[in-house]
Design a protein around this ligand. Sequence first.
Ligand SMILES: Nc1ncnc2c1ncn2[C@@H]1O[C@H](COP(=O)(O)OP(=O)(O)OP(=O)(O)O)[C@@H](O)[C@H]1O
Ligand SMILES: [Mg+2]
Length: 394
Amino acid sequence: MTKNDIITRLLRQPERSFFLFGPRGTGKSTWLQQMLPDAFRLDLLDASLFLELSRDPHRLEALIGGRAAGAWIVLDEIQKVPPLLDEVHRLMGLQKWNFALCGSSARKLRRGGANLLAGRALTLSMESFSAAELGDSFNLEFALNWGMLPFVWNDPQYAADILAAYVNTYLKEELQAEGLIRNVPPFVRFLSVAGQINGQIVNVQNIARDAAVARSTVDNYFGVLTDTLVGHFLPAWRPGLKVREATQPKFYWFDPGVARASAGLLRDPTDRLWQGAALETMIYHELRVYNEVSRKQRLLHYYRTPAGVEIDFVIETAHRRPDSLPRVIAVEVKRAERWDRAWEKPMRSLADNAGVTVERMFGVYCGSRSYQFDNVSVLPFADFIKALFAGDVF
Ligand SMILES: Nc1ncnc2c1ncn2[C@@H]1O[C@H](COP(=O)(O)OP(=O)(O)OP(=O)(O)O)[C@@H](O)[C@H]1O
Ligand SMILES: [Mg+2]
């Protein structure tokens, strides 16, 4: 990938008004520019526009003026002026214009009392690049080390500096400037611990101790990371209601490079353990992108059997109904060049469970060959991504 190439994103533009959220720098503004080149664009990063519309949200209608019916109006950085949403709501009622509302977080909008337009607008989310979007330029080794942010792929030789700046500017300064974090030092300590537990089951008590912050503060910080789509809780899947099944979610950063920066490990070579978590982070990322662009929105989980063995991803392929068995796809991810058949065991034991229908099982690894062992497909990362986006996984 060279500097001036614009990568075509998989996200499709809806026909009617929508919200677009996503972490900083994932390419939201660039995508809007590509999808809606003729739209009337208002960027609330512009200080004078910000002041004008904060003082008087009604000015929005006058700014749109006599634009034709059906015209698109793009409001970028909408979270900076939450009261503007009420005005957008009113203007949508006129059924004249379409709005594309873009921001890094729904948190402030919700807190500002706005109800995200009561279902009048769809909500989309933008993630870092997908391996499917990068195509032949994709490089798994690089992604495991530095993640998938557009900034990083545009300037790969500066990946470490870019990621360090990302955590500093966006995660510390921005969240503070937006009023989401009041006290920076404890948040910085939390970020470091949260970076280190990427891909692990969340134990709030341990995190609170390691970061020397109160438990309630840890909960609040996780809320900030998940509301800004910088982190995601992957819930534990519970086929039954057995007491012994794990119920705590795992926490994953949206991007393995940002997790590494947050953990303060940019200058240390990553070890196998770290790369294992990074590979899971990548798969979770790709599953979310596919869920979003296909609009399937299937529920994603991890599973820990009563015996304590884990399956990295369990995807429900149908809504659960009381009169039928849950139907799932199981995916086991391994940072290894050779596939060890013992790794299939947790998936196979789940498939043997009479209380669930396992439709397909996948092993994803870093080797170059694919295998079909009975009903388990073992695929190199790139082949799994191809199958996923071809709709062959779920
Ligand atoms: N599709 C793309 N192809 C190549 N580079 C891209 C693409 N999308 C974004 N970039 C680059 O990534 C950087 C961030 O993109 P952009 O400003 O669109 O992100 P954003 O999500 O709007 O960020 P913010 O939340 O900070 O407004 C820019 O330098 C841009 O050039
Ligand atoms: Mg932007």
